[in-house]
Design a protein around this ligand. Structure first.
Ligand code: ZN
Ligand code: ZN
Length: 410
């Protein structure tokens, strides 16, 4: 990729994405294969006034070897200094930029039990610190860069070189970076449009949403009382606006964890714990998944649902028009950052506290009492289709068409 575009993308990630503030500490998570882009991000961050920038490097092939050769005891050992380090970053009000270029399915040959045990150990230790990003106490942002193996997975019929180019084009199109535009300005417009949809939905304060399509989805998702639809950027308690996901096309909200009923059929495969689950469905009763199935890799779903109590309940419902940039590309990215923005989706697992009035200040019990779900998981899956209808039903029984033929009509 040429330098001009790479620098533009880096500036977008630093300024519109994480929006690093004067004097602030920025932590960048990057792969060693993306060192040039990471370097541009560091430079743009200092130009924007960052006080300190720390890059945490990784190499997914080495991570794979760690999982392959280390014992589960070693993998599950989270040293105190690692916890202290994160604590210190939060005390210093750091912001986080993650540059994701992971290969989908890379870990598929690793014993799932080994991965699960070590991941649970890590999450248990780190759970108290998750609220920092989950509650948007500090800014965070994820952007993606292609790599050859990922590109070949998305475009198996192209040569490696062509595949990488095609994936670059798709990513840049999704994040609105072109040679002849100012992406920072375009993102401001985009954020305004998303906010407008959220405002309309917030004014209705629907009791529930009813999703229906020809695939067989017939699902009623109740929303918590005093819910807040969020879309585009977020704001920290200090008033710093940032875009956590680039790209983003969604308006998302908090389902009532005990009030979801019916059946939902996924419209895209789900990449979970190194495996790709295909053609799957869930049946909900009183908010809980009571039955499920998949044409391929159903055991990955079993594992997900059995992680903890909250993994069988919803934590997010998101609306995205079928006619949107990522959806129009009609590519399966095998990466949630992109695929979840191609289609309406739901997430099993923890909710986002920002989706209910006062949620950020609530402790776990208060959040649960408000209908919010808690879990170690938050796993998005796509279910939007071009024939999706969504009807919003108000508390006094009024029915409002929200989606027709897959698109927003309000
Ligand atoms: Zn979402
Ligand atoms: Zn989500």
């Amino acid at each position: 990729m040429n330098e001009l575009i790479l620098r533009k993308y880096a500036k977008l990630a630093v300024c519109s994405g994480v929006n690093v503030q004067k004097g602030q500490l920025l932590i960048i998570n990057a792969s060693v294969f993306d060192h040039k882009f990471a370097e541009y991000c560091v430079e743009e961050a200092y130009k924007a006034g960052a006080g300190e920038v720390i890059v945490k490097w990784s190499d997914e092939n080495i991570s794979h070897m760690n999982y392959e050769y280390e014992s589960v005891e070693t993998l599950s050992n989270v040293p105190e200094w690692a916890v202290e380090r994160v604590k210190d970053e939060h005390v210093r009000k750091a912001c986080y930029l993650s540059i994701d270029s992971s290969t989908p399915g890379l870990m598929s040959d690793i014993d799932p039990q080994k991965m699960k045990t070590s991941r649970m150990a890590y999450m248990k230790k780190m759970e108290p610190f998750m609220s920092y990003t989950m509650n948007n106490e500090g800014q965070w942002c994820i952007v993606a860069l292609p790599n050859p193996k990922w590109a070949k997975k998305v475009f198996p019929d192209k040569s490696e070189e062509e595949a990488v180019k095609a994936l670059w084009d798709a990513i840049l199109y999704s994040v609105r970076v072109r040679e002849d535009n100012d992406p920072v300005e375009e993102w401001q417009k985009h954020d305004d449009e998303l906010l407008n949809h959220c405002n309309i939905l917030n004014d209705y304060q629907f009791d529930y949403l009813h999703f229906k399509n020809n695939r067989g989805t017939d699902l009623k998702v109740n929303l918590v009382k005093n819910h807040i639809w969020v879309g585009g950027g977020c704001t920290t308690p200090d008033g710093v606006f940032f875009n956590p996901n680039m790209p983003t096309e969604e308006c998302f909200c908090m389902p009532d964890k005990d009030n979801v009923n019916g059946i939902v059929y996924a419209s895209k495969p789900l990449s979970y714990s190194g495996r790709v689950v295909e053609d799957f469905w869930f049946r909900f009763e009183n908010g809980k998944v009571v039955d499920h199935g998949a044409a391929k890799n159903v055991e990955a779903l079993d594992e997900l649902l059995n992680t903890d109590e909250g993994s069988r309940h919803l934590g997010e419902v998101a609306l995205i028009s079928y006619d949107s940039p990522i959806s129009n590309l009609d590519i399966l990215f095998f990466n949630t950052l992109f695929d979840e923005n191609a289609s309406c989706h739901l997430a099993l697992g923890r909710c986002y506290p920002e989706n209910v009035v006062g949620g950020i200040e609530m402790n776990e019990d208060e959040l649960k009492a408000a209908g919010g779900n808690t879990s170690m998981n938050h796993v998005d899956f796509m279910f939007g289709t071009e024939d999706m209808t969504v009807t919003g039903v108000t508390f006094d029984g009024k029915e409002i068409k929200v989606f027709e033929n897959g698109n927003f009509v309000i």
